[in-house]
Write a protein that binds this ligand. Structure first.
Ligand code: GDP
Length: 306
């Protein structure tokens, strides 16, 4: 069974691990958000691509959620001593990935090529596609009127400000990376991972042709990133409250309703099943909390059987 999964960072990575354990080596394609890519310390940082790659390679720091297990911070600490702004805690081996990517881009490779080389070198069998080779950048407009770069909002300000708008710069000139639309069209199932709807899934769906391809697909399944009315981590809950009026599983279903066929919400939110169905989407309640790789695999098997 061919599966194409749309993903952001940790929530996406966890479900991808389950999918990779369930499917054959050439049956899984991940289409990954690059809206939160940034230039940091002179290198191209691609947080979601790298989180997904490290989790699938079995080398992620799964406790912390980001970075590589056992990584050191010698370089970033040394940069701090030089007076550099060191709030972006990039580990040493993590920096090596970014250096490699930056070098390949400088040599004229596309982001998709560099991503493919990195995942193959790290032994990942699933195909990993960046959503685009173009620079699409997420910006966050705060309620107090500031227009922040994504990493300023997310890392420097710890996603604390109230948000009035999430926008994407560079979208006018962007197209999906080669293979993204085909991967959606040719999949037996398309899975929308439990990633942040505004910060991870919306940028992918905003690229020309993606939303249309999702609408045309007969089996698009999403897993709720909201469990018991709250985000498991990160700002999804507060963004939903700010931008959709409530932090709930059904608010996520409403954002996806035009292209979604099945919404898997958590058993802790099963009281919301009727509200999800009112959006015109089939609903199923499952234990979606992926506390370890076995839990991810159980969730994946239940999803693919549905
Ligand atoms: P980020 O870029 O690291 O914030 O990652 P993502 O965009 O992939 O998603 C973060 C979302 O994943 C948050 O809204 C979390 O609630 C959700 N999430 C993380 N772990 C789990 C989990 O085990 N189960 C479910 N259902 N959602 C999760």
């Amino acid at each position: 069974m061919k599966v194409t999964a749309l993903a952001g960072g940790v929530g996406g990575a966890k479900l991808l691990v389950g999918l990779a354990r369930t499917l054959g080596p050439d049956e899984l394609t991940a289409v990954v958000n690059t809206g939160d890519d940034a230039r940091v310390y002179g290198v191209h940082v691609a947080p979601d691509l790298d989180i997904v790659t490290y989790w699938l390679a079995g080398m992620a720091d799964t406790e912390r959620g980001w970075g590589i297990e056992g990584d050191g911070f010698t370089v970033v600490d040394a940069l701090g001593r030089l007076g550099a702004d060191d709030w972006f805690r990039l580990g040493d081996a993590d920096l090596a990935t970014c250096l490699y990517r930056s070098q390949r881009l400088a040599e004229g490779a596309t982001l998709a090529q560099a991503t493919d080389e990195i995942r193959r070198s790290l032994g990942v069998e699933a195909e990993i596609l960046p959503m685009s080779n173009h620079e699409v950048r997420t910006r966050v407009v705060t309620a107090d009127g500031r227009d922040l770069e994504f990493q300023e909002y997310f890392v420097k300000e710890r996603a604390a400000p109230e948000v009035s708008e999430v926008r994407l710069s560079g979208l006018e000139k962007a197209s999906p990376a080669p293979g993204v639309l085909e991967a959606i069209e040719e999949a037996d199932r398309v899975v929308i991972c439990p990633s942040n709807p505004y910060l991870s899934i919306a940028p992918i769906a905003a690229l020309p042709g993606v939303r249309e391809a999702l609408r045309a697909h007969p089996r698009v399944i999403a897993v709720s990133p909201i469990v018991a009315g709250r985000a498991v981590k990160g700002p999804a809950g507060s963004l939903l409250a700010n931008l959709a009026g409530e932090s709930s599983a059904s608010a996520v279903a409403r954002l996806y309703a035009d292209f979604l066929d099945l919404f898997a919400l958590d058993t802790r939110d099963s009281g919301e099943i009727e509200r999800v169905r009112q959006t015109g989407v089939e609903a199923l309640s499952l234990d979606t909390l992926m506390v370890d790789h076995d839990a991810s695999e159980r969730l994946t098997r239940a999803l693919l059987a549905a």
